[in-house]
Ligand binder design. Structure first.
Ligand SMILES: [Zn+2]
Length: 233
């Protein structure tokens, strides 16, 4: 079994396979991983996985904690988005009511970003680690923004932390993204997200962790491979 440092809690030990996103959220089919420039080649090299997308990145404690605390909520929201997307064309989407616990859902989105980022991500963003590891914790005025869109692409995309220059705002944006049907997550580490297809859900993290209610959401749609400029063409 692979040894290493857990991307979430930082403990060194045995690492377990984490489905990212959770297995029951349409992530149980065999997948192929292309890394870096291999993605751009016609016949790029890839790593096959027979059990969906994920990797050995969390210790057994964190893996089971995430599975019992947040995964179910994500699966519910993904299923709600799926039933919406299944009966809508690609046209403009309206506002739809999502039912659930927004705080738990938002923390699962953060966990997905952590799982797809580098080993020092939680050291550099300790508030994210603290929010995930304490299910009762909520917070407002965070240094980042958590943004979401629908995603109907048939491949997945994860970036780790990247910077891009936005010519409209004239500033550099730093963030990470994860796109896998039916959601596209963009964590803007320097605050705002200038892409209007995304909806800012950072306030989900400020809501009481036990609240179960309906949330009217208007999310944009990204059919693209990802948010990086080379894929926006
Ligand atoms: Zn851990």
């Amino acid at each position: 079994m692979k040894e290493g440092r857990c991307l979430l809690c930082g403990e060194v030990g045995k690492l377990t396979f984490e489905h990212t996103p959770p297995r029951a959220a349409f992530n149980s089919d065999p997948a192929r991983f292309f890394e870096g420039a291999e993605l751009l080649k016609e016949r790029g090299r890839y790593t096959p996985s027979q059990r969906g997308i994920g990797k050995r990145c969390f210790c057994a404690n964190c893996n089971s904690f995430l599975g019992t605390t947040y995964a179910k909520e994500y699966i519910s929201w993904a299923n709600q988005a799926h039933s919406l997307l299944a009966r809508l064309d690609d046209g403009p989407l309206g506002t739809y009511l999502f039912w659930g616990n927004c705080n738990l859902f938002a923390k699962q989105l953060l966990a997905i970003i952590v799982a797809s980022s580098g080993p020092s991500f939680c050291d550099n963003n300790s508030i994210i680690r603290d929010l995930i590891l304490d299910p009762r914790r909520c917070a407002s005025r965070l240094p980042f923004s958590l943004n979401l869109a629908y995603y109907k692409g048939n491949s997945f995309r994860q970036s780790g932390v990247f910077g891009r220059f936005n010519s409209d705002s004239g500033r550099q944006e730093i963030g990470c993204e994860f796109a896998y049907y039916p959601f596209h997550i963009y964590l803007a580490l320097d605050g705002g997200c200038s892409d209007g297809r995304f909806t800012d859900l950072t306030y989900f993290l400020a809501d009481t962790p036990r609240a179960l209610r309906g949330y009217p959401l208007r999310l944009g749609m990204t059919n693209l491979e990802g948010y990086l400029p080379m894929n926006n063409g």
